[in-house]
Write a protein that binds this ligand. Sequence first.
Ligand code: PAP
Length: 344
Amino acid sequence: MDSISKSFEQNKEEEQSLQKPTQSFEEFLSRLPRQCGWIPLIDFYHYQGCWYHPLFLRGVIAAQQHFEAQPTEIFLCSVPKSGTTWLKALAFAIVTRTKYSDLSSHPLLSTMPHECIPCLEIDVVRKEYSNQTDAFPLLATHIPYHSLPKSIISGGCKFVYILRDAKDAFVSLWHFLCRATPKDATYVSLEEALELFCKGVSSYGPFWDHVLSFWKARKEAPHRVHFLVYEEMRKDPLPSVKNLADFIGHPFSVDEENEGVLQKIMDLCSFENLSNLDVNKKGRHRPGSMLAIDNNAFFRKGKIGDWQSHLTPEMAERLDQITREKFGGTGLPLYVSDADTHGN
Ligand code: PAP
């Protein structure tokens, strides 16, 4: 049985165990497999085939128990550090482009993209956002497909999934979690982090199983799951942005394209533009909460292949080998020798 199918099997058992009325979250946690995480003093917990930081896991459980999806909702999905911030900015700008046609006062100039589109397991479950409306149906999540709340799957919601080369996502995650490490604590080394990542122990990991959970869903219902590839978008965003707009039901008209609306949205959401805005250079995300972090942690380099500045050839090969094993023959990009290699 493959690991995704195993996860489906585990779901029922673990969910039933949590439903017992007397069981507290702490008791529940104490029964899950745990592993020293990437952040000192914070263990990651294994639930339904996926490793979680406890704060995120609490949100996942709350979403599974209480979230009622609307059929019109569209979920922006990813394993962390695959391009979520960029996807949120683009989808937000596409859906609201009539309302904010004057780009000089666009909300993205003063609001960090994560605050424009709520995260299901963090923001929505805390009721910091009211129900989405048909006019603004976007939500985001890092939850793997097999652990999504049932109402999302049965409700006919759509999913946009952004995928990135494991090597760059790993390096990006390591930098991010070093930023999230308390000042007086020691960062996990890149080598230790690689060990954990390859064993699948990373935020919402295993990285590869997360991707495969949505890829499998796409095979079963291609009209409901749309894949974007970070590297393809970085090289030439236009086709991906057009397809994204079509998929989320806000296609660009010929007039809009001729008037440069599509180009303006791509420029607004580009790494170069967003990373240089005051809000993203100096602002803070979720200030005052345990997840507070500077906005600029979400805008590091935005490059394809930055892994080459951090990983030895042996480290890169370890990741490539797992990618070949997991993605080979699936049609997913392999990125083993260059970003255009596909595993068909
Ligand atoms: P999240 O999962 O915590 O939300 P996510 O946005 O998926 O993070 O990933 C952050 C990465 O996207 C960073 O990559 P890096 O560490 O290799 O630099 C970040 O720089 C990159 N990124 C953020 N915004 C953009 C953008 N507008 N265009 C391209 N890349 C971006």
